[in-house]
Design a binder for this molecule. Sequence first.
Ligand code: TXA
Ligand code: MG
Length: 330
Amino acid sequence: MTPSPAEISRAVAVLRAGGLVAFPTETVYGLGADASRPDAVRRVFTVKGRPADHPVIVHLGDAGALGEWAAEVPPAAELLTSQCWPGPLTVVVRRAAHVPDEVTGGLETVGLRVPDQPVALALLREFATEGAGGIAAPSANRFGRVSPTTAGDVRADLGAEVDLVLDGGECRVGVESTIVDCTGDEPAILRLGGLSRERIEDLLGHPVPVRRGGNGAADVRAPGTLVSHYAPSAQVLLVDLASVSRVAEDALARGLTVGVIGEKLPGDLPPGAAVLARPEDDADYARHLYRHLRAADAADLDTVLAVVPAEVGIGAAVADRLRRAAGQGT
Ligand code: TXA
Ligand code: MG
């Protein structure tokens, strides 16, 4: 399954020629282009169907390259990246002069991340041996769709429009990176994700606010903050453990097809409700969340009842994505 060194070299050649390579990261699959080539980055937007003023993250093979992409590295960014890279953390910093507008959506800032995934690191490190060597990559899904966590998801969603898909198996984390804006006086979390808020606050030694976007967050322009993002076609309803059986019965009584996701589901669920998943813990919930939402659509379910985990650790990111899937992002 793991791509051979020859395949990695082929992917590097595709990127150098301005092509698009989908690659695994520990969070979700990315749709990569040479971050120094505006034409290649524009193609990413076309293939995704994403508005051109939305910034994309630049992926690097080594934390040492941070200073090549940032105009300045604030102490918080230095601290977090030295401790958490490679890992599911994106820092937003002021961009270096050479970073194209196509990457930043015209902003004066750039999002940077070193992913913790062997195929991604092999690709990024070989790509960085010539030139600036950053790979601009949003998640490898069409705009507004659920992020891909396997190579098969990428092919199903983007198909022939990607020049090469590197298969690194299933993503280990399953939800996107945590984004920390380090450009202000105090750092702020722009998107909850694979790195917990608790860990970030521990490292920085003070509380870090979550700056929630919601629709119309023009100052942030993070599509991950649109309330309707990450939504499957099925209607997602957020429920708690105490009410899930009753809500399932009501929905079935109205003639709807119903799927349920949740840790420790009760024994009295009505037999007509399909159990999509019983994650064994919050990490398992995160890892397979998007797969479950895809499965709900594949089964053509009308309604998905999702039991929201406690909002600690990675559970906070799961709760965030569930809320957005339910159209209730805040
Ligand atoms: O885990 C991840 O972050 C995955 C993998 C592929 O690395 N990538 C990902 O990319 O989720 P994307 O494009 O789907 O989401 C990136 C988010 C967007 O919401 C974007 O607006 C935000 O990062 N972002 C990027 N640069 C930014 C900047 N300069 N200022 C504010 N937000 C930024
Ligand atoms: Mg995305």
